[in-house]
Design a protein around this ligand. Structure first.
Ligand SMILES: [Ca+2]
Ligand SMILES: [Ca+2]
Length: 388
């Protein structure tokens, strides 16, 4: 580019020089200007010859097309929890009632599934340790870690309606559902046992109220019929109070705060019909003078989503009542009393903690009415995988 400019400048300068020499340019002033132009032209030409040509600027590269964000792929295989409800639900969730295959991966804590012949909704409790017991009562000591395999537990107490299914399936007439002792007890009393005690009592026999008036044998037989079993005391306590996220045992299923009328059915201000009324907790109103439907008090559910572990009805467990390993006050009522857990609609706000233990007679020959009461019911459990 510079040479292309320099050469014409040289030619012009030479032309002007010759024009002055040949006399083609006349007049002193013009001749001086022509000479000056010649010199300037030559100098400019020489300068242009040595100045490097400018480097052409590189054009901007074409912009890369911006990738278009496509929709995020949806994770498959993660079950959506549909069970949690913040209000009393009139219906159980609609999970499939099919059994879980043996090769099913470990479900998350609190996973729910309809399982068993009774179609009850069960909550999953994964294997692992939890802190069992407390320092509040001698029979709850020593507080210790207990390791349990995975299991399922009924999310709700067994209802009056569900127990009617057991009776309709000849539950009281089919020996295979009964323990040997239970069948013996039934044979001894069968003329008197068409159904649980208080079966017709309209204070307790709503379809969704917990079944009451069942002794240990009847609870055990029902769970066997359903393809399940009663929970052990340890299973019951873990399902009731182990906070698997914080890794600590709660005082109550819902946490450590006192009953407030929204989390548990106990003997409260709504009770005005008993001779033990003076002992009721009158500064709380839970809305029920008798038993509540089993899906009541969602605020009171445990971290695993299990309802009414405290209150409503006491619940039978599979264990005999005896001291914990390492107790300073050992005792053993094996063969005499079974552990019941969780207090009831008749209980006031003393010893409502989920670690509390109680017991009830459960052996052949015990007085029938003594072991069948309006404040004791049950729920069932099942090993994982549960395949009734
Ligand atoms: Ca109540
Ligand atoms: Ca209960």
């Amino acid at each position: 580019m510079n040479i292309a400019v320099a050469i014409p400048l040289v030619l012009i300068s030479v032309g002007l020089f010759l024009a002055v020499r040949k006399g083609w340019i006349s007049g002193r002033t013009l001749q001086v200007l022509a000479n000056v132009a010649t010199v300037v032209g030559l100098v400019a030409a020489i300068a242009l010859f040595f100045v490097p040509a400018p480097i052409p600027s590189t054009p901007d590269p074409s912009p890369m097309p911006t990738p278009t964000r496509t929709s995020t792929p949806t994770l498959t295989g993660v079950p959506t929890e549909t069970a949690t409800s913040t209000s009393v639900s009139p219906e159980v969730p609609t999970e499939a009632a099919t059994a879980i295959p043996t090769n099913t991966p470990m479900p998350p804590p609190g996973t729910i599934q309809k399982l068993g012949k009774d179609g009850s909704v069960m909550a999953f409790v994964p294997e692992g340790e939890f802190w069992m017991g407390s320092d509040e009562a001698a029979d709850e000591m020593p507080r210790r870690k207990v390791d349990l395999p995975s299991f399922w537990v009924d999310k709700y107490e067994v209802t009056h309606e569900q127990f009617a299914m057991f009776m309709a399936a000849d539950g009281y007439l089919t020996e295979e559902y009964w323990s040997e002792d239970g069948w013996g007890w039934l044979g001894k009393h069968d003329s008197n046992i068409p159904n649980p005690s208080d079966w017709e009592d309209t204070r307790f026999n709503g379809d969704n109220q917990p079944v009451i008036g069942v002794n240990w044998y009847e609870a055990d037989a029902y769970c066997r019929w359903a393809g399940k079993r009663l929970p052990t005391e340890a299973e019951w306590e873990k399902a009731a109070r182990w906070d698997y996220e914080e890794e600590r045992s709660l005082i109550y299923p819902w946490g450590d705060s006192e009953p407030n009328g929204m989390n548990v059915n106990i003997c409260d201000a709504s009770v005005d019909h008993t001779d033990w009324e003076a002992g009721c907790t009158k500064d709380v109103n839970d809305g029920y003078a008798w038993t509540a439907p089993v899906r009541s008090y969602p605020d009171g559910q445990s971290p695993y989503g299990v309802f009414n572990m405290i209150g409503n009805v006491w619940e039978w467990t599979s264990d005999w009542y005896k001291s914990y390993p390492g107790s300073d006050t050992p005792f053993d009522l094996t063969g005499e009393k079974r552990v019941i857990r969780g207090a009831s609609w008749r209980w006031f706000d003393v010893d409502l903690r989920a670690a509390n233990r109680y017991s009830a007679p459960a052996r052949p020959g015990d007085d029938l009415e003594h072991v069948r009461t309006t404040d004791v019911g049950f729920r069932c459990a099942c090993d994982h995988p549960c395949m009734p």
